[in-house]
Design a protein around this ligand. Structure first.
Ligand code: ADP
Length: 518
């Protein structure tokens, strides 16, 4: 009989702990080892209060044992009791226990109920999140409410909401909740590369990720900071809008923990609410954007198309048979350049429409980017010469790449043409291209000028249709605000990126990164 009970205790999922009424451990089964972290050898003979009761509850616990020993256990025995236990690694866990006494021995059967409690707490969090989303006044406000609800009600020390910023090609942390006010130096990053860390992994794969212990995960860029702060398990769920992944909802716990399917699905459910909210919000913003674009389009048609037309019509009216040949030549030149402006605008608008509808195809071929840039620079030198600009090229002998030669030439012409256009007399334009040292298989190409620059606060808006920086408008330099949109669309169709570098001082630097394989 005795052998049978020992065999049963060895296999049951409940932790079995037996101790004398003085609190000395006499039995400790494998489930107790797993639940509390101490091995049987370490536990037997030890003080049960020191092993599994948090310090602040030990006096109360010893008092309860004294009452049991004195034969007056009150309502402690043979009922399910819930209390907070202590794990060997220092974290606390909720357990459900039944106590029985035989002679001088107190027997406890205990079960870790963290997962069950988590499930029921999640219902409360979900309600709080839905309420928060309904009351939010903006996407940022909504993000703060979501991470706040996760941190406060679920007890996660750190929760974060990350979204992919298409303009910057970076993962950006929209909101972070730091529950216990820990020092998050080195961990609380504002942005990360889209291929790095937990948010990057979730964004890239479009599925939830569980890291049992961030501090031990070699691929985690925040590993060291997490270890120092005491952050261990990490879970991230994708935030989606239809089939598109927008970002990741991430939580960090203070103990290492194996993957828990229930928690993953609960967090994914919350992330789905956030995704739906952002989708609604984006649709509203898009509608406003569309209305604004229509207005801007009309303004552009009236101003940008009418001006050159007025010049052409006015100049044609001046052409009569009595004009000197030199005067006639001047008038024809003015008509020619105005017609050219109209034609560029028409081309840009058509390109944009075709690129956006997907009807303009990219025909990749093996090409030499260095040669392509040399050709583009040679064309730009003519305009640059009239403004006394110096054009420098720092290019390798050859830079092979797979891409559409016509479209990439269009990108080069636009960037170098802009540099010439927005740089006053006497300035310098520098074009560089090389294999990207930081990213094998990629090339990096820059066009820098010493011109009128783009205020830092306006850079994120540059790639919007018709957007023109205040510096260009103030300098009264004509333009449509379409070239960069076409440029970026072409680069993205080559799976590359384009951005304005954060350079100090005057001028502007555009950085294009392209995969060599196209
Ligand atoms: P456009 O030059 O016809 O206005 P783009 O789409 O090519 O259109 O450029 C959008 C805006 O970006 C410009 O209006 C200008 O404000 C700014 N910009 C582009 N390139 C430069 C540059 N090299 N220096 C300063 N501003 C620039």
């Amino acid at each position: 009989m005795k052998d049978h009970s020992a065999a049963v205790l060895a296999v049951i999922s409940e932790a079995y702990v037996a101790a004398t009424v003085e609190g000395r451990v006499v039995q400790w089964n494998p489930a107790a080892e797993a639940t509390f972290g101490w091995s049987r050898e370490q536990a037997i003979g030890g003080d049960v209060a020191r092993l599994i009761i948090p310090e602040r509850h030990r006096d109360m616990y010893r008092e309860a044992l004294r009452r049991i020993a004195g034969g007056d256990p009150g309502r402690l025995l043979e009922r399910r009791l819930q209390f907070t236990a202590l794990h060997r690694d220092g974290h606390e866990l909720p357990v459900e226990t039944t106590l029985t006494v035989t002679g001088e021995i107190v027997h406890a059967l205990a079960r870790d109920v963290s997962a069950t409690l988590r499930g029921s707490r999640f219902t409360v969090v979900e309600a709080a999140v839905l309420r928060g989303l309904a009351e939010a006044t903006s996407s940022d406000d909504a993000a703060v409410r979501v991470v706040g609800a996760l941190g406060v009600r679920m007890g996660w020390p750190v929760s974060e909401l990350w979204l992919f910023d298409a303009d910057r090609q970076m993962m950006t942390c929209i909101a972070r909740h730091n529950r216990a006010g820990r020092d998050l130096t080195g961990f609380a990053l504002a942005e990360m590369e889209p291929h790095a860390g937990l948010p990057g992994a979730v964004y890239r794969d479009g599925r939830a990720h569980w890291i049992p212990d961030v501090a031990a995960a070699p691929s985690s860029p925040r590993r060291r900071a997490a270890a120092r702060i005491g952050l261990r398990a990490a879970v991230g769920a994708p935030i989606r809008s239809g089939s598109q992944v927008l970002g990741a909802l991430c939580v960090f716990g203070d103990r290492a923990e194996p993957s828990d399917a229930t928690l993953i699905s609960l967090l994914s459910g919350l992330a789905a609410h956030v995704g739906q909210y952002l989708e609604r919000r984006r649709a509203e913003e898009l509608a406003i954007d569309l209305a604004r674009t229509k207005d801007e389009f009309l303004t552009m048609v009236t101003h940008e198309l009418r001006n050159p037309l007025a010049v052409i019509l006015g100049t044609v009216a001046l052409l009569d048979d009595d004009l000197e040949p030199a005067e006639r030549h001047d008038h024809l030149r003015i008509i020619g350049s105005s017609a050219e402006r109209l034609s560029t605008m028409a081309d840009d608008l058509l390109d944009l429409a075709r690129l956006e509808s997907g009807s303009l195809e990219i025909h990749p071929a093996d090409l030499d980017l260095a040669g392509l840039l040399h050709d583009s620079i040679a064309t730009a030198r003519i305009a640059a010469g009239t403004k006394d600009l110096t054009v420098r090229a720092d290019l390798p002998f050859r830079l092979p790449l797979c891409g559409d030669p016509d479209r990439l030439r269009q990108v080069a012409d636009n960037l170098i043409g802009n540099a010439v256009k927005y740089t006053p007399e006497g300035g310098t334009i520098t074009v560089t291209a090389a294999a990207d040292a930081a990213r094998p298989g990629w090339v990096s190409w820059t066009v820098a000028d010493t011109g009128i620059g783009i205020p830092a606060g306006e850079r994120s808006r540059l790639f919007r249709r018709f957007y023109r920086a205040s510096t260009a408008v103030a300098a009264k330099i004509p333009g449509t605000g379409l070239g960069l949109v076409v440029t970026r669309t072409i680069i993205e169709r080559h799976h590359g990126t384009i951005a304005v570098a954060d350079t100090a001082g005057p001028g502007t630097t555009f950085v294009v990164r392209l995969p060599r394989s196209g």
